[in-house]
Ligand binder design. Structure first.
Ligand code: DX5
Ligand code: ZN
Length: 218
């Protein structure tokens, strides 16, 4: 299972997003995680497709776009055009999940589906053979810097058991300790915002996360 480390720009200085993204790329990160929030699906607002388009010009990194918005189907086309490589929408949004997957797959973009902490894992299981990735939220979506919810790990294991090859992403409270717990449960894509951006040496942070995950995923 390929390990991917995905810094979340939510924790960087937004006025220097391109430089910070480049720095994470040079530090050896695999994906750039972009948190789109609409102030409605979650109680916070970040940025939309125009910012993704600018980052697309600034970096060659794989752009992993996490849509925390109420009506993802209305905006998927904009994010595809902006240059997203992966678009993840929430099962709890107001859009139809199959319609979102269809819209994403019309392009070369990869499709991901996410569940919030209160959503039972059974609700996402019918989509495992339709998507490239499942994102199991390990905090309530909306803000960086929250504590990792270890009780989400049973969801990760249940998905891994049913889909040995799928990418399973965890997002929220990932650091050099919790990355091991998540990897042991079967996750292979690790989003980290505050942990990575608070490091003095980004490459050290990326390496610590990767080494932690490798202990459990060969
Ligand atoms: C939260 C976002 C996360 C956030 C994680 O809703 O989806 O991607 O940036 O931040 P940390 O790693 O600080 O918990
Ligand atoms: Zn996220």
């Amino acid at each position: 299972m390929k390990i991917k480390i995905a810094p979340s720009v939510l924790s960087c200085d937004f006025s220097r997003m391109a430089e910070e993204s480049k720095a994470m790329e040079l530090a050896g990160a695999d994906w750039l995680h972009l948190d789109v929030m609409d102030g409605h699906f979650v109680p916070n607002i970040t940025f939309g497709a125009p910012v993704v388009k600018c980052l697309r010009k600034a970096t060659g990194m794989f752009l992993d776009v996490h849509l925390m918005i109420s009506e993802p189907h209305r905006y998927i086309g904009d994010f595809v055009k902006a240059g997203a490589d992966m678009i993840v929408f929430h099962l709890e949004s107001e859009s139809n999940a199959d319609e979102c997957i269809r819209l994403i797959k019309e392009s070369a973009c990869k499709a991901g589906i996410s569940i919030k902490p209160k959503t039972p894992v059974e609700e996402v299981l019918p989509y495992l053979d339709k998507v490239d990735m499942v994102l199991v939220m390990t905090v309530e979506p909306g803000f960086g810097g929250q504590s990792f919810m270890g009780d989400m790990m049973s969801k990760v294991s249940a998905i891994r058991e049913k889909a040995p090859e799928i990418d399973i992403q965890v997002d929220g409270g990932i650091d050099d300790k919790t990355v091991e717990i998540a990897a042991e449960a079967g996750a292979n894509v690790f989003v980290a915002g505050s942990y990575l951006f608070k490091q003095e040496d980004y490459s050290n942070g990326v390496t610590l996360l990767r080494t932690g995950a490798e202990k459990h995923l060969a």
